[in-house]
Write a protein that binds this ligand. Structure first.
Ligand code: SF4
Length: 260
């Protein structure tokens, strides 16, 4: 007698439960003494960034260069469709304007100057809600992460992100790296997965601030915990008028801009 589809699903379900339930404790037991939080790690309840546009000189790209080197972001400059970006500059109209009002009453200097943009690590991230595999997820400290191994390349997250903060590896990203000059401590990605800024989660884990903040010689970038009222970001928000990108969308971005 042949096995029916219903029988197969029953067997598969039981096997999956069996496979998941029993070995878990054994597997964890083996790692008990090896895995633990790094004592040096920077911890926070709500990480945020403040970009002081007044201190960000036009033409300076030190932050983006440092980020892209640190994270092995490939360079495919000859074709916009292949471009991968974690942090970059956008014109006002792309960074802040809403479709109903494309910045028509903005002064010329503001309209033509570039603004630094990156993933906003939104408190209410639409990208996370639409991901069918939980490849993108929000941590307790607010960092919106990517698990490249879970990403199936459906790009729902890219469609959901209203800031264009995500890039898709249409080509093998390793072909866009300088193999004599790349960061061996950060994983390279594969063709067919989405990537974006991770607020330097790998650096926070070892007690370092994001590399873009470290690389900025002009003091235009600050990073810290908004839940800590003594942090630099909390102080900057208290003392300055700040704006966020497209707040009307309700995504609650955690990247703030001081513009005046
Ligand atoms: Fe997601 Fe885009 Fe917000 Fe980043 S900026 S958390 S990718 S919706």
């Amino acid at each position: 007698m042949g096995i029916t589809k219903r029988d197969f699903l029953k067997i598969a379900g039981v096997s999956a439960i069996g496979a998941g339930a029993v070995p878990a404790s054994k597997a964890i037991a083996g790692f008990k003494d090896q895995v633990g939080p790094n004592k040096e790690a920077l911890t926070g309840e709500r990480w945020a960034m403040v970009v002081d546009v007044r201190k960000c000189p036009e033409g300076c790209d030190d932050c983006a260069k440092a980020c892209h080197f640190t994270h092995n972001v490939p360079e495919f400059t000859y074709n916009k469709r292949h471009e991968i970006k974690w942090i970059w500059h956008e014109k006002y109209v792309n960074a802040f304007a809403v479709p109903e009002n494309e910045g028509e009453y903005v002064d010329k200097a503001t309209a033509s100057r570039p603004f630094l943009v990156l993933c906003n690590h939104c408190d209410n991230p639409p990208c996370v809600r639409v991901c069918p595999t939980q490849a993108t997820f929000k941590r307790k400290d607010g960092v919106v992460m990517m698990d490249y191994h879970r990403c199936i390349g459906c790009r729902f997250c890219m469609a959901a992100c209203p800031y264009g903060s995500r890039s898709f590896n249409l080509k093998d990203p390793r072909l866009g790296l300088d193999h004599t000059h790349y960061n061996k401590d950060f994983p390279t990605r594969m063709k067919g997965v989405v990537e974006k800024c991770n607020f330097c989660a790998e650096r926070l884990a070892v007690g370092k601030i994001p590399v873009c903040v470290e690389a900025c010689k002009h003091g235009a970038l600050a990073f810290g915990d908004l839940a800590d009222e003594n942090s630099q970001v909390s102080k900057l928000l208290r003392e300055n008028y700040t704006v966020k990108r497209k707040p009307e969308l309700g995504t609650l971005p955690m990247v703030y801009y001081i513009v005046r």
